[in-house]
Ligand binder design. Sequence first.
Ligand SMILES: O=C(O)CCC(=O)C(=O)O
Ligand SMILES: [Fe+2]
Length: 752
Amino acid sequence: TSPGRLVPYDLLYADGVRAYLARDWARAAELLQRALHSYAGLRAARRACRAACAREEPFPAGPGRWEAALLGPVLQRAGCLQRCLGRRLLPAPSAHRASRAVRRDFERREPYNYLQVAFFQLKKLDQAVSAAHTFFVANPQHLQMREDIEKYQRMSGVKSNSFRDLEAMPHWEAYEAGVQHYDADEYVLAMAKLEESLTEALSALEDCRALCEGPWEDEDEEKDMQPGLYEAIAAHYIQVLKCRQQCVLEIATKPGRISATEDFIPSHLDLLQFAYNQVGNQTLAAECAASYLLFYPTDEPMLEKMKQYRTELGEDTAVTARQNIQHYVQRSLMEKKLIYYSVEHLGETFNDPDLWTPDELIPENLKEKYREDQEKQKEETLDMEEREKRGPLPFEGIAVTMDSHQMNGTQRVVFDRVLTESECKDLLRLTKAAGEAGDGYRARRSPHTPHERFEGLTVLKAMQLAQNGDVDWRDAKLLLQASEKSRKIIESYFTPGKKLHFSFTHLVCRTAVDGKESFILLVPVSWRVSSVPAMCSQETVFCLLSLCPFFSDLFFLETENSHIHFCNFSGQQEGRMDLSHPVHADNCLLDPEGQECWKEPPAYVYRDYSGILYLNDDFQGGGLFFTEVDTVTVTAEVHPKCGRLVAFSSGKENPHGVWAVSRGRRCAIALWYTHSREHAEQERVKAEELMEQKAVEQDQLDGEKRRGTDRSSRSSSEPPVHNSGTKPANRRQKSGSDSKQHPKVLRARDEF
Ligand SMILES: O=C(O)CCC(=O)C(=O)O
Ligand SMILES: [Fe+2]
């Protein structure tokens, strides 16, 4: 075959992204599509060459003779592949080596993320939707794309068949259809689909394995051993084998899912065996059973069925396993033997993707290690359960609506009925009156989003307002009581017997601003766009990156020695892509790329537990959600309503955020607690003193002996504690994690 010219996909991709950033949508769309085309072409060439070379020079067999057999065939094969790719690719194969980062982008279908925006801008709605869908299938946790998809679904010009997966894996489509039929007892349809899925899966497996062969794009440079030729080849060979074994996982993992479907191939045979038997085709049922037994030769139920089929078919009917499955199992076993040999003798490591690997194949020391790991894991689970053991609740009538397990996480809980409707009403009145009093509760743009106003009231401020007669002091007292009640509930639930102190209490409302407001942000150029968020503590400056996400309303003006960023922003709600509160953890700085959470200032590192006591539900949006450390995989959601208290440990195990509040006003008491006495909330002590004074005055006024009952609202009889001087009122300062709300998404949004 004459070589087809294939421009290296990483170059096309880089140019495409550049065009995208320059808003040259037509060029961006063309280049990105060409990049995808080149990528597919390269894969196809590798597949074809591998198949061709496999026919010419098979790999050696059996560990017994592998040392002798290794050198020749491996080298021959590498040479064959090089020559084949050299014939097929122009420019030479080496020009097609992309960096790890680019390869990862393609594996995650990132080019489609850019493409959808470019198509959208070009008014090619159909293509925009299929690009969006293709990206979303592989990234179902992507918050922003999820919103986009929902918007597309609402658009009148979009047809439902536009939601196509352009990279669909045929075996997954067939498998899911097959399982659906199977579950619906439609065995004939199930058989057809499952057979199709099995064929496609085996073919996808071959494709995947083909890509494991050299030339390797970046042979592990980190490995700083200085091997001889023999070791180098052995190491390379083992790498190839391991890579091929991992292909089992790749085909068994649905795009967008993290974990593979266990035993993907054997489970096909199991289902098929059952389905064939149901429709009375014992011959094929027996064949599937025999094939299944290749994986699990001692599986009792299947041996039983096999016996039954033999009887039904007559003893002299030969029952054999499928040939392609025999080949699959033999080849896999051989590869495993070699890999385990190297694990035992060359210090390699291996994560066996299969559950069916025979025990005798696995080296003793590995089994030992596996047992130890299991033991350790069991201990950790027990530990966790121990920690999660909850104490009895100190109040009647409160319900645990969701626990950690139901919320797919650790140390998370939702209580209901912590407040009555009338208490919520009183606290909401407090927020209103405080707002009108115009002090301490000034409505500002939210530090997180320009689409919302953010108002906050501390307990001390509430008491001061009560003292001035601006708010009803009973409402202010209720704020103290409600937060103390929450403290007791959370303490008894999570840390019975270990005192939790208040760290900070904040009554907050988030209000959707209506669309009429707009403003322009002027930022001296010396700030550079990327450094603006760090300056966001000033009231008039909002976090530019979350306001004018890329390139839409943001533009630059260059003057002689400075230029200025203009950000023209209207507070409209339509098409909002941001969050009311970006994903964060409460006591550490989330670093989603590194899957880390740094427990260092400016994070409030001493906070141990967080609580949010909700006051209302008459608004739109505003749900609280939890994610994995990656900040995009949503694991649980909580819908606010009066009297609902959500509580969780404040660390990296509980990243969370708040969906945009797109209409109305959402109010809640945000609560943070600490085990550390020195960090106990100083303001609260003062507020309680004011409360005490007020009670005395009230008593005198009333001329009655009511002091005892009012005093009961004091938060227990703790002595005032020393405070090291934290300033809770500043807690809204920028924390490092806030700018990360939508990692790695560059997109324009003006027309949504
Ligand atoms: O209001 C909520 O639901 C959560 C707020 C939050 O996470 C915070 O303020 O740290
Ligand atoms: Fe939080």
